[in-house]
Design a protein around this ligand. Structure first.
Ligand code: MSP
Length: 549
C-alpha cells in the first residue's frame, strides 16, 4: 500500500503531468550526459555537446521554448582517486576541471541553459528525497555484493564482460577490483515487465533502432538488482538511513538531470524541480552509457512514480584515423586546440555534417581540412563573395525593387528553395543533421552551376539588366536561406553571411525574441530585400591549412 504522502505525491504529479502535456508542443527539454571530471574534456564530450547545442538552436529557431541542460558528474571513486593522485581535496579538483568544461563550451558557442553539478548542495536534497521515495516503495534492500568492479566505468562487471580473467573489456589496461561488501540494492528485477511494456508501447523511446535492439536483448536475459551504495568510499552523498554507506555515483548522477530544472531561488524539492520542464524530451548520450539511461533510470523513475522522458538517443563513438581514441594509445584530440586552430564553426560543421548521427564516425585531419575548404570556403564562401562582387559591378550594389515574387516560378533555384526548409527541418527533426546539411549544400552547388551556366557577365554586356538582376537576386536569396538553415550548425558563419547581405541578425543571441520573428520572416525563400548599401564584400571563411608536421 502507498503511504498518505505518496498518494498526495501521485495526485500532484498527475496534475502537473497533465498541465505539462498541455503546454508541451512549444517547449523542448534536452540533456547531454553529465561529464566525469576525472580529466579535462575530450573530443567525445565535445561531440555530444555540439549535437545537443545544434538541436537546441534548431528548436529555438522554430520558436520553441528550450531548456538545454549539461553539467558534470563529480562523485565516485574515480574522481576521488584522481584528486588524491594530484594531492588535492576532491572538491578543489572538481572546481578546477569544471572550469575547463565551461571554457570549452564557451569556445564552441554552446548555449546551454543550465549547468548542473552533482556536488551542488541542492542536488543532495533531491537525491535524498528521491532515495526516500524509492525506499518507501520497498525497492531498496541490504545484501552482500561480490564481484569485479571497474573503477573507470564505475560499474560492477559480469564475468562475460571481462577479458583476461578480470580486466574490463572497455578499459583493457585497467584491472577490475574484487569487491565483497555489504551494499544497498535497487530491485530492478521488479521492473522487468514494466520496462518491457514501455519498450513495446513506446517503440521510439530508445533510438536509433540498433541501440533499441541492444537494450531489448539485454533486458530479455532477465534483469538483476543492482547495488546503489558503496562502503569505504566517502566522496558522495551518505545513504539517508545508514551514513556509513555512500550513494552509488550513477544513482546520484542520473538524478542531477532533475536537479538542473530547479529555479535558482527555489527550495530544492522534487515537486519544485519537476514543476516546469519535466519530463525531458530527450536524453542524448553515447552508446556506452545506454543501459544506465534506457534501463536503470526509467526503472528508478517508475519506482519513484515520476514520469519518464520521451526519448533516449545513443550516438556512436568517434575514432581517430580509424582507431579507437585513448590516452594510452596517445591519439586523443584536444578539442580546445582544434577550435583554436580551425575555429568553432569548422569543428561544429565537421561533426554534424561528416558523421552520420547514431553511427560511429572517424576524425581525420586531412579529411577535415578538405571538407571544410570544399564546402564552406569554396562552394558557399566563394559563391557569396563572387555574387556580391557582381552585384556591385553590374548593379551598383542595388537591386532594391526585387523580391522573391519577381523571380519566375521555373527559376531552378527558386523551385528548389521553396521545398528546402521543409526538407531540412524534417531532417533536423529526426536528428539527421548530416542529411540536412547535404540538402543545403546541394542547393549551393546548383547555385554555382547556375551562375556559370547563365553567365551574368555576358548578359550584362548584352544589356539584359533585368535578367542579370534576377539571377543575382536568386543566388543571394538562396545563400541567405542556406545561412538561415545552417545557423544551428555554424552560427558565426550564418551571422557573417547575414551581415554581408545587410541584415542585423545575431543567431548567437538566444534570448533574442527576434528569433521567432525570424522564423516567420526568414524561414522561406523570397525574403531578401536589398534596399540599402551593403557592406564591402569580405570572404566569410578563410581556407584552412594543415599544420606543418
Ligand atoms: N558521467 C557519466 C555520465 C553520467 S550522465 C548522468 C559518463 N561520463 S563520461 O565523461 O565518461 O562520458 C560522457 C559521454 O562522452 C558519454 O556519452 C560517452 O559516450 C561520450 N564519449 C566518450 N568517449 C567518446 C568518443 N570517443 N566518441 C563519442 N563519444 C564518447 O559516462
Amino acid at each position: 500500500m502507498f503511504s498518505p504522502t505518496l498518494i498526495n505525491w501521485k495526485l500532484i504529479l498527475n496534475q502537473n503531468f497533465i498541465l505539462m502535456n498541455q503546454n508541451k508542443t512549444h517547449t523542448f527539454a534536452l540533456t547531454t550526459p553529465l561529464y566525469y571530471v576525472n580529466g579535462v574534456p575530450h573530443i567525445g564530450s565535445a561531440y555530444t555537446t555540439i549535437i545537443a547545442d545544434a538541436i537546441a538552436r534548431f528548436k529555438r529557431l522554430k520558436g520553441d521554448e528550450v531548456m538545454f541542460v549539461t553539467g558534470t558528474d563529480e562523485h565516485g571513486q574515480k574522481i576521488q582517486r584522481t584528486a588524491q593522485e594530484k594531492g588535492l581535496n576532491p572538491q578543489e579538483h572538481c572546481d578546477a576541471i569544471v572550469s575547463s568544461f565551461q571554457e570549452l563550451w564557451q569556445k564552441l558557442d554552446i548555449q546551454y541553459d543550465r549547468f548542473t553539478r552533482t556536488t551542488a548542495k541542492a542536488h543532495e536534497s533531491i537525491v535524498k528525497e528521491f532515495f526516500e521515495r524509492v525506499w518507501q516503495k520497498g525497492d531498496i534492500y541490504l545484501a552482500q555484493q561480490k564481484g569485479w568492479y571497474c573503477v573507470a566505468c564505475e560499474e560492477f562487471k559480469e564475468k562475460r564482460e571481462l577479458v583476461n580473467e578480470h580486466y574490463c573489456a572497455i578499459h583493457p589496461n585497467k584491472e577490475a577490483e574484487w569487491r565483497d561488501e555489504e551494499n544497498y540494492f535497487f530491485r530492478l528485477s521488479n521492473y522487468q515487465e514494466k520496462l518491457e511494456n514501455l519498450y513495446t508501447e513506446k517503440p521510439d523511446f530508445i533510438q536509433p533502432e540498433s541501440r533499441r535492439n541492444e537494450v531489448l536483448n539485454f533486458v530479455k536475459q532477465g534483469l538483476q538488482d543492482f547495488s546503489i551504495s558503496r562502503v569505504n568510499m566517502d566522496w558522495g552523498f551518505p545513504v539517508p538511513h545508514d551514513p556509513k554507506h555512500t550513494i552509488y555515483v550513477w544513482f546520484d548522477a542520473l538524478l542531477a538531470y532533475i536537479t538542473a530544472l530547479l529555479e535558482p531561488e527555489c527550495e530544492p524539492t522534487l515537486e519544485n524541480a519537476i514543476s516546469k520542464w519535466y519530463p525531458f524530451n530527450l536524453h542524448l548520450i553515447g552508446k556506452d552509457i545506454l543501459r544506465f539511461h534506457a534501463v536503470y533510470f526509467p526503472a528508478m523513475l517508475m519506482s519513484a512514480e515520476l514520469p519518464l522522458p520521451d526519448h533516449v538517443f545513443g550516438h556512436g563513438f568517434l575514432t581517430k584515423d580509424g582507431l579507437k581514441m585513448g590516452k594510452s594509445s596517445g591519439n586523443t584530440i584536444d578539442p580546445i586546440e582544434l577550435v583554436n586552430r580551425y575555429s568553432c564553426d569548422a569543428v561544429r560543421y565537421y561533426f554534424l555534417k561528416e558523421i552520420e548521427f547514431g553511427k560511429d564516425g572517424d576524425f581525420n585531419e586531412t579529411r577535415f581540412v578538405n571538407i571544410l575548404n570544399a564546402d564552406l570556403a569554396n562552394d558557399l564562401g566563394n559563391l557569396l563573395n563572387r555574387t556580391l562582387g557582381m552585384l556591385n559591378k553590374y548593379c551598383q550594389g542595388n537591386i532594391s525593387d526585387l523580391t522573391g515574387e519577381n523571380i519566375a516560378q521555373d527559376n531552378p533555384l527558386k523551385k528548389m528553395s521553396l521545398e528546402l526548409t521543409n526538407r531540412v527541418f524534417k531532417a533536423y527533426d529526426h536528428l539527421q543533421f548530416s542529411q540536412g546539411c547535404e540538402e543545403i549544400l546541394t542547393l549551393i552547388r546548383i547555385c554555382n552551376k547556375y551562375i556559370d551556366d547563365s553567365a551574368p557577365w555576358k548578359l550584362f554586356k548584352e544589356q539584359k539588366q533585368t535578367e542579370v538582376e534576377q539571377i543575382l537576386y536568386s543566388i543571394l536569396e538562396s545563400v541567405r536561406l542556406s545561412a538561415y538553415l545552417l545557423s544551428p550548425i555554424i552560427p558565426n558563419l550564418a551571422n557573417a553571411i547575414y551581415q554581408q547581405l545587410g541584415f542585423e541578425v545575431d543567431f548567437n543571441n538566444k534570448n533574442n525574441v527576434k528569433l521567432s520573428e525570424l522564423f516567420t520572416n526568414h524561414s522561406h525563400w523570397g525574403k531578401l530585400l536589398i534596399n540599402k548599401d551593403l557592406p564591402k564584400p569580405q570572404p566569410i571563411f578563410t581556407r584552412l591549412e594543415m599544420p606543418e608536421k
